[in-house]
Design a protein around this ligand. Structure first.
Ligand code: FES
Ligand SMILES: [Fe+2]
Length: 356
């Protein structure tokens, strides 16, 4: 179940260049490259002649020459040359995908090109963070379905059990006031913790010795984007809604994730975790980056292990639609899954109508 009429991150901008990059996205094989003027291009990665991936060929100017029998395709997917023939055959066309470059990412649109509206690319105002931010960034290949990754990011009680050596401690799971708001297709999960013990990273970076008020704001934007604002202040100071959404208080960090399904059970996870330089002392910058990569690896181990268990018994209980078997902390991820099912149903319905 993938929404097709949506923008997904296909690659970090830095990874798309004059080498042909073949990548499976949403169960389709796509080839990415840049034209000579720098514009990114995405085509189906399949020669219509005998199915060789075009990424096995070579770029000539803005065109791809297939690596098997030399047919040439332009960036609009038209065949411009068949060796030994005056005219290319009319059946030889390659599907193209709308592409937009923004926020250091190359986005592509796998659905109906006529519906691709750049205005619906999620606005990640802080993702293009300037040099005032210490960034850990990466692309993680996940052997798990993308919704398991979204689940993880919409229930941050897991910090207690998965990230106990850095950002989690017992209070995060035990003492949070949880609220979930849905605005249109966006889901926002607020976790607000008053007068709790600071987790280790909060003591190390901010020097807390006493209790703190702490917040975690996770926001989901379809099809698969998450941004999280984490903050804290000395206990009793508190934080208003605007602060909780946008500010890190005395110590915290921001998190941006874009999940692009590769297949039903594998995912490309593009991510940034960043702390403002005022909150990450110079001598701790390398440690911050190293720790945040470590946190991502801890999560990876969890959702890959879940996927292995699901693969072994695909009939195992699916709790999405059954309130028995869910826990209060699931509220945000259940709202996300409901939203995706609704949007998918709408998309299927619209396709059915169009096909009639
Ligand atoms: S497979 Fe590409 S030209 Fe034959
Ligand atoms: Fe995590």
């Amino acid at each position: 179940m993938f929404l097709k009429n949506a923008w997904y991150v296909a690659a970090w901008s830095k990874d798309v260049g004059r080498d042909l990059l073949g990548r499976i996205l949403l169960n389709e094989y796509v080839v990415l490259y840049r034209k000579e003027d720098g514009t990114p291009v995405a085509l189906e990665n399949r020669c219509p002649h005998r199915n060789l991936p075009l990424s096995e060929g070579r770029l000539i100017g803005d065109e791809i020459e297939c690596g098997y029998h030399g047919m040439v395709y332009d960036c609009a997917g038209a065949c411009t040359h068949l060796p030994g023939s005056a005219e290319p055959p009319d059946w030889a066309t390659v599907r193209t995908f709308p592409v937009v470059e923004r926020h250091g990412w190359v986005f592509y649109w796998p659905g109906d090109p006529a519906l691709a509206d750049e205005a619906t690319i999620p606005d990640y105002p802080k993702h293009n963070l300037d040099e005032d931010w210490i960034r850990a960034q990466g692309q993680t290949y996940v052997k798990a379905g993308y919704r398991l990754v979204l689940d993880n990011l919409l229930d941050l009680s897991h910090l207690t059990y998965v990230h106990g050596s850095t950002t989690g401690n017992r209070a995060v799971a035990e003492a949070a006031n949880l609220s979930v708001d849905q605005e249109g297709d966006n889901v926002r999960v607020t976790r607000w913790m008053e007068d709790i013990e600071p987790a280790l990273a909060f003591r190390e970076y901010a020097g807390y010795t006493n209790n703190i008020d702490r917040w975690q704001m996770s926001q989901f934007l379809p099809p698969a984007y998450i941004n999280i604002n984490n903050g804290s202040v000395d206990a009793g100071i508190g934080a208003d809604t605007d602060t909780r959404n946008n500010d890190q208080g005395k110590w915290g960090f921001v998190v941006y994730h874009a999940m692009t399904p590769e297949t039903d059970t594998t995912t490309h996870q593009f991510w940034t975790v960043a702390g403002h330089k005022d909150k990450v002392p110079d001598h701790m910058r390398d440690l911050f980056v190293e720790q945040m990569h470590g946190v991502l690896k801890e999560d990876l181990d969890i959702y890959e292990a879940q996927q292995r268990a699901i693969d072994m018994d695909p009939a195992a209980p699916n709790r999405d639609a059954n309130p028995r078997g869910t826990i209060p902390a699931d509220e945000g991820l259940l709202a996300m899954r409901r939203t995706l099912r609704r949007l998918y149903g709408d998309e299927q319905k619209a396709e059915g109508v169009a096909a009639e």
